[in-house]
Design a protein around this ligand. Structure first.
Ligand SMILES: [Zn+2]
Length: 233
């Protein structure tokens, strides 16, 4: 389990390596949650409480992976502070921030590895395999959106799509080309919007990515209500 001192040592290394400035964290809270390995809360950070919540599940992995998860969260801390006055920050956090947090996390693991392989969640793998795994997960969630109309599925689809974009950025020379070649795997209704969000992420335009996701989210909510109403007829 990390101490606050260890986490803040990583904050120093993160700031030096990425040039993203973040303040030292003020607290670590270890939690018994299986939802994610670690998280930060926008409301905490925006109110000056620099807290990271770390799941006890994280301890089972090797130290480099655990630290890579911290670096992922540090990007979120940076983005929450950087975009705190932007109206649709929550849509930026779910798209560009997830993508760049994933890129930063994978870059960290690549630096620590002497080979093309990285240990990711305890598995010996490659960045490209990680990208493809997130791709498949997001395709599945998109299909679930249409079959279940569960709003959580849509949120998970976008999050995994953003993780995938972050990984693609690291391993494909032309990330948009990869996305265009594989976009047919998604249900047709999502293809156009996902390509646009991908393009915004790859061209490092968080505001545009946030706006696109917000628009898509509203359209999606409306369509989900219509699907539920039709089913109940
Ligand atoms: Zn994240």
């Amino acid at each position: 389990m990390f101490t606050l001192e260890q986490v803040n040592h990583e904050v120093d290394l993160f700031v030096k390596e990425t040039q993203m400035s973040i303040p030292p964290l003020t607290n670590i809270i270890h939690i018994d949650s299986h939802k994610s390995f670690a998280c930060v809360s926008s409301s905490d950070i925006a109110s000056g409480k620099y807290i990271i919540y770390i799941s006890n599940d994280l301890c089972q992995y090797d130290l480099d992976y655990q630290i890579s998860v911290l670096w992922h969260e540090f990007v979120h801390v940076h983005d929450i502070l950087y975009f705190k006055n932007i109206k649709n920050i929550k849509y930026i956090m779910a798209t560009c921030s997830e993508a760049f947090a994933t890129t930063t996390q994978l870059e960290y693991l690549c630096r620590k590895s002497n080979t093309k392989h990285i240990l990711y969640e305890g598995q010996l793998t490659t960045v490209s395999a990680v990208a493809q795994s997130y791709f498949r997960t997001s395709v599945q969630y998109c299909k679930d959106v249409l079959s279940t109309s569960n709003p959580k599925s849509f949120y998970n689809a976008i999050r995994n799509f953003s993780y995938c974009c972050g990984a693609i950025l690291l391993c494909w020379e032309d990330p948009l080309k990869f996305l265009k070649e594989n976009i047919d795997d998604y249900p047709e209704v999502f293809q156009h919007d996902l390509l646009q969000i991908g393009d915004a992420i790859f061209s490092k335009n968080p505001i545009r990515a946030g706006n696109l996701y917000e628009k898509l989210h509203r359209a999606q909510q409306k369509q989900a209500l219509e699907r539920i109403a039709n089913r109940n007829k």
